[in-house]
Each structure stands twice: as C-alpha cells, then as structure tokens.
Write a protein that binds this ligand. Structure first.
Ligand code: ADP
Length: 210
C-alpha cells in the first residue's frame, strides 16, 4: 500500500480527479476526508455530532477527530493498492500525524486553480448524497438534470457550498493548507498540475505525474 496526496483548494477538482481515476483502476482507492465526515454526520456517530458545526461554518474539524478516521481506513487497507488521499492532511499538524503512522507517501500533487475560477465552480456544483458522485451544472452536467447518472438519486447542493461559507473555506485553505506545499516540496514529494483543463485532461495530467 502507498499513498498519493491530493492538495488543492475547495473546488479545485481533486475529488473529481480521484473518483475518476479510482473508477478506471481497481488498484486505486479514493479516500475523501470530507465524504468520511459527511457520512459520520449523516449517521449521527459521536464524531459526526462533533464535526457538524465546524463543517457548516467552513472551519476545519479538530485534527484528532479527522486523523482517527483516516487511521482507521489505513488500518483496514491491505494489499497492492494506492490510496488517493483527498482532503487530508489539511494542515501541517495533520501531515505530521500522517508521517508518524509510517504510511508511505509516494507523491503529493497540487491541483492548481485560481481563486476566481473556484467561486464559479462551487456555485454550479451538485453532489449525489447517496453515491457521492460530483457534477457541475455547466462543466460536468448529469444526463438528466438533477439526477445522478450512476445511482438515480436526486442531486443536492452541499450545505457548505453557499457563497459566504465558500469565502471562509478559501481563507482557511490559504492560511492552513497552503503551507503544505512548502512542507512537501522540502521533502521532494511535490508535483503540480494545472487544474483548469477540464475534468478529463485534469485526470490525465494527474495520472502522468502521480
Ligand atoms: P472541499 O475540499 O470542497 O472543501 P471537503 O469535502 O474536502 O470539501 O471538506 C468539507 C469540510 O469537511 C471542510 O470544510 C472541513 O470542515 C471538513 N474537513 C474535511 N477534511 C478535513 C481535514 N483534513 N481536517 C479538518 N477538517 C476537514
């Protein structure tokens, strides 16, 4: 088992890239901290109850809470798989926790998208609450408006995808997550791709550097 970390702002398309690559290659496993947390919130587990308020504000949930979820996934992952880790680590403290688990990080790929593009992308974002597939009303529309191509569920706008919360999430990204670029660059693990090429070419670019 090894790990490829996806770094990028909210709405940079890292989740879309990871989901696409994982659907094409059974040795790749997409692990999204945001999906794990939303699952815990939906189930009402103690971790979910604690995380909910932070998520709705666009703040980071406590490091220990999210780190434990990721450690659980690492512990149950065996064999010849590459984990595409999306949304974790999100600050230097989390990166250090990951390092202490001893899990091998193969590379860290920064999906680079300007802030101006992000705001528009998130405004059009739609998500399947059931199978977690992501769509965009213009860039990646479902075949039938409002309906998930994969499982037929009604698509929703995520609660934290409103313009005010998006602004806060971008501030948090620049302050907390961006320092990871230098952190992993210093370790010689960082690669960058232009994340503004459309879903298919983004995924191909990612695959070629990961
Ligand atoms: P996006 O990448 O679009 O911001 P995510 O689904 O990755 O969306 O995250 C949604 C929310 O979940 C974040 O705003 C934050 O509250 C919480 N979250 C996800 N991953 C982490 C993490 N590693 N540490 C702290 N909070 C997290």
């Amino acid at each position: 088992m090894d790990i490829v970390i996806l770094l990028g702002a909210p709405g940079s398309g890292k989740g879309t890239i990871a989901a696409r690559l994982a659907s094409e290659d059974s040795r790749l496993r997409h692990v999204s901290s945001g999906d794990l947390l939303r699952g815990a919130v939906a189930k009402g587990t103690p971790a979910g109850v604690e995380a909910k308020g932070y998520m709705e504000k666009g703040a980071l949930v406590p490091d220990a809470l999210v780190a434990q979820m990721i450690k659980d996934v690492l512990a149950e992952t065996e064999g010849d798989v590459t984990m595409l880790l999306d949304g974790f680590p999100r600050n230097v403290a989390q990166a250090e926790i990951l390092e202490r688990t001893g899990a091998p990080v193969r590379s860290v790929v920064l999906v680079d998208v300007p802030d101006e593009v992000i705001a528009e992308r998130i405004a059009g974002r739609r998500t399947c609450p059931q199978c977690k597939a992501g769509y965009h009303v213009k860039a990646l529309p479902p075949k039938v408006e409002g309906v998930c191509d994969k499982c037929g569920a009604a698509l929703v706008v995520r609660k934290d995808d409103n313009p005010e919360t998006v602004k806060d999430r971008l501030v948090v990204y620049h302050r907390e997550t961006e320092p990871l670029v230098a952190f992993y660059e210093a370790k010689g693990l960082l690669r960058r791709i232009d994340g503004d090429q459309g879903p298919e070419r983004n995924a191909a670019a990612f695959k070629s550097v990961m």
